[in-house]
Design a protein around this ligand. Structure first.
Ligand code: DGL
Length: 293
């Protein structure tokens, strides 16, 4: 099992403080953007939820497509990547960051959350709370990347919230490559899902957490495999609700005087991200720029 708490705190503190003098941390205003990030197009499911619940907000989205997938990487790599991206977003003056990535939320969040003044939202707490609320029989399924499942972040959080709950956690490593490859409605994806979801159905789970942000792109297929008796939980819905509450509490909600501005930054191919992103979102994703973090 991955133990993120063995990471050298001195090293991580040093990386975090690299934001350095002139950092805009702590000087954010309501008009500052919200920063979100993922390894690829998964974070678009969080972006969509942000647009729906907080339509005035400016958003900076980082898709680290040069390093997708994150799911099989070591905790050390995930934490290093998170420091790079969070530092980059803070330099852009974001007022809050949502880890639009289950793997980062599970592995890096416990390490980085207290290193920054900027609020950081993970998906684990919100997803667990939503699942506990949705479940009637206490049998909760979770599908996620290998890193997320091995961290046991969901398993521990759910049992903390409800000691009688029983979690069936299944690592589903083929799903991110299938989504990134555009195999959204393919027979191959259906076959893989049937195999991955069998233990969750057999256990009698009535609730299933989509523990990787790529998976809501497959929600229709997943629903078709598990049937109407299992409620799908997309952690992004609760995470954005909690983001809205936090911004309200900090008087950081943007008003509607100017239209929302969206900035897409990718570390890999711009064309590939825009093409797949547009296909998944059903509307054009344009103007993405390539960046080095
Ligand atoms: N979408 C991310 C997650 O939620 C990353 C998946 C990956 O790159 O493996 O875990």
């Amino acid at each position: 099992m991955a133990d993120v708490h063995n990471i050298d705190r001195v090293t991580t503190q040093r990386i975090a403080t690299k934001i350095g003098p002139g950092s805009k941390e702590g000087k954010q205003s309501p008009s500052s953007p919200i920063g979100i990030f993922d390894s690829g197009v998964g974070g678009l499911t969080v972006f969509r939820e942000l647009q729906r619940q907080l339509p005035n907000e400016d958003i900076i989205y980082i898709a680290d497509t040069a390093r997708v997938p994150y799911g099989g990487r070591s905790p050390q790599e995930i934490i290093k990547i998170n420091h790079q991206i969070i530092n980059y977003l803070i330099k852009q003056g974001v007022k809050l960051i949502i880890m639009a990535c289950g793997t980062s939320s599970a592995i890096a969040y416990p390490v980085v959350k207290d290193e920054y003044k900027t609020g950081i939202i993970s998906l684990i707490g919100p997803g667990s709370r939503a699942a506990i609320q949705a479940s009637r029989n206490g049998y909760v399924g979770v599908i996620a990347t290998v890193g997320t499942i091995e961290s046991e972040a969901y398993q521990k959080r759910i049992v903390e919230l409800h000691s009688d709950a029983e979690v069936t956690a299944v690592a589903t490593p083929l799903l991110v490559p299938l989504v990134e490859g555009g195999f959204i409605d393919a027979d191959e994806t259906r076959r893989v899902l049937k195999e991955y979801l069998a233990p969750i159905i057999e256990k009698g789970c009535d609730t299933l957490i989509l523990g990787c942000t790529h998976y809501p792109h497959l929600a229709k297929l997943i629903k078709a495999v598990v049937g109407p008796g299992i409620t799908l939980v997309d952690p992004a819905i609760r995470a954005v609700e909690e983001t809205k509450k936090l911004l309200t509490k900090r008087s950081l909600l943007k008003d509607n005087s100017k239209p929302a501005k969206y900035t897409f930054l990718v570390t890999g191919s711009v064309v590939q991200f825009q093409d797949l992103g547009s296909k998944l979102m059903g509307k054009p994703i344009i103007g993405a720029k390539q960046v080095r973090l």
